[in-house]
Unconditional design. Structure first.
Length: 184
């Protein structure tokens, strides 16, 4: 991942942290002097070792530690929905998530990438709990399908810029092959 992409992802995370921290402030002040830990659930689309998820998780953790003076608890769920898309897997995953979080429901949910966004919409997970979607660009129609109490942060992939930068780094390049898939 290029430095430019890493900085852009870090900027997106900082913006969302600025949203999360004030929510925590309201929760703390509403409870008086009790400083209950804000429970944050992060739903990640892919398996745990994907570079984009590793970067997201580590950056999120660093920024929360650096910026939040309020207690919080973060749980990460690597949904692995790019590899396992069948209905049986998703039904079982929904049951597991319902069971894990039935007693200790999160205060806010962060949904990273499109597979997790689709899963949350398809199974109507955690209705009434505020959600933050961090995905590549979502259409207006897709945003309308998602919960009302949601915030959206989009990022894109700059293919033209990446190719241009690659050619600047390796000006003698004569051929370039782009390999792409649908499991970002």
């Amino acid at each position: 991942m290029t430095t430019k992409k890493r900085n852009k992802l870090r900027a997106i995370l900082i913006i969302f942290l600025l949203i999360i921290i004030p929510l925590g402030n309201r929760f703390v002040f509403a409870q008086g002097s009790i400083r209950s830990a804000k429970k944050i659930l992060v739903l990640l689309s892919l398996e745990a070792n994907r570079p984009i998820q590793v970067l997201f998780s580590s950056t999120f953790r660093q920024e929360m530690n650096r910026r939040s003076s309020h207690p919080y608890e973060v749980n990460y769920e690597n949904l692995d929905l790019a590899r396992f898309r069948d209905k049986t897997y998703k039904d079982n995953l929904k049951e597991i998530i319902d069971q894990k979080y039935s007693v200790h429901q999160p205060d806010i949910i962060i949904i990273f990438l499109l597979h997790a966004a689709g899963f949350v919409a398809e199974y109507n997970l955690f209705p009434g709990i505020p959600k933050i979607y961090i995905t590549p660009q979502l259409t207006t129609k897709r945003k309308a399908q998602l919960a009302n109490n949601s915030v959206f942060g989009s990022f894109g992939f700059d293919f033209r810029g990446n190719i241009k930068h690659s050619l600047e780094l390796f000006p003698d390049t004569r051929k370039m092959v782009v390999i792409s898939g649908n499991g970002i």
